[in-house]
Structure formats: C-alpha cells, structure tokens
Ligand binder design. Sequence first.
Ligand code: SAH
Length: 223
Amino acid sequence: MSDPEDEDEGEGSTAERKMRFLFQLRSRGVTDPRVLEAMERIDRGLFVRGQFADRAYEDTPLPIPCGQTISQPSVVGLMTQALSPGLRDTVLEIGTGSGYQAAVLSRLCRRVYTVDRHRRLVQEAEAIFRQLDLPNITAQIADGSRGLPDQAPFDRILVTAAAEDPPGPLLAQLKIGGIMVVPVGQSDAVQTLIRVTRTDAGFEYDELRQVRFVPLVEGLGQT
Ligand code: SAH
C-alpha cells in the first residue's frame, strides 16, 4: 500500500530517488563532479519503457527493444569519467541503444555523434533528444565498426558494445591526443574496459575494469 506522504518526502519521492541514484554512483567510483551533475540532470527514467520502467533508478542494466540493453548507470558514469570529454570536444558514440549515454555526453562536450545498427533504437532515441532539447546530438543508423568517416576525426570515441579488439577504423578516426574507451573481449564472456590514448608516437592502452556488454555486430540490423 502506498502512503500518500511518499509523494513528497518518502522513499518514493523524486528527490529521494535522485539522492539514492547519485549515492550509488559515488559509492561505485563515479566521483567527477561534472559527470555526476550531467547524470543528475538527465533522467534515466525517460530512456527505460514498459515493464522495467520502475527500475530505471537502480544500478543495473535493463532490457530495451531489439534485444539490447541500457547500460548500468555506474558503468555509464565510469566510462564517461574515463573518456574525460572536454567542453569543446566532438565525441563519437558507437551503440546509441536507448540514447541515455549520448544524452549524458551531450552535457559535457560540444557535439555528440551517436550511431546504432538498429533503426528503431535510433528513432526512439532521437525523439527523446528532441523532447529534452539536446540539439548537439546527431544520431544515425550506421555500422559503427566502421566509425563515421564523414565526421572524423574525433576528440573522443566511446564504444558501448564489446569488440574482440579495438576496431581499426575507429583507431584511425581518433585525433592525436584523443581518447577512446572500449570494452574488449569475447562477446559472451566478461570483457575488459580499456582506454586507448593516441599520441604522436602511436597508441597507449590502459586496462580499466571488467565489464559485460552486448557484442559489437557488423552490418545493419533488420529493425
Ligand atoms: N549506449 C547505450 C547502450 C548500448 S547497448 C545506452 O546508453 O543505452 C549496445 C548497442 O550497440 C546496441 O543498441 C546495439 O544495437 C549497438 N551495436 C552493436 N553493434 C553495432 C554496430 N556495429 N554499429 C552500431 N551499433 C551497434
């Protein structure tokens, strides 16, 4: 039974829910104040529909259409932190999914290009970007394993699907001084999140943590 007071100050109130959401993020290592602020502003509840909507503020990945998942909030925070986007940066995200990660990024950089192989996901995400008035995001249907050559090079690239290795075209589309964050490993196992930094001399690789993402699949989806 719901207590009418819950609406204002109980466990179910918006303020309380937001506080718990941010507390969870901090306790899992998301400490960058800019990232926390962006995640406070972008309501994850808008990106999760249907039977899982009431779990949008839990620190858990959830199913979205086309058999994909919206990432766990703390992983979104840690990846964004590792990417350290600057306010003047152009960022490419591979794997629009629900659009949540792109929306968070849009508050931290100049321009976000995000691509997904599923038309339905791109269209639904675009509708939310319009609703939230986030005009600095461009979403496209494309095979992200080839990057987005027309808009390259990028200051930052974030891959939110797991590849066996960092895809060559993406490495080539990273500016010198640029950073790419990508989960690598076999698709059905635990993967390692790595950060690739492009220097004058080549690429430097740091291993960040274990993660689990849906696989990066070549070619466009059927829907
Ligand atoms: N960033 C998303 C979660 C992504 S789930 C969010 O914030 O909700 C991974 C996404 O990568 C899926 O939507 C899947 O369709 C997409 N994907 C997988 N392989 C791809 C490819 N080659 N090109 C573009 N998108 C791809």
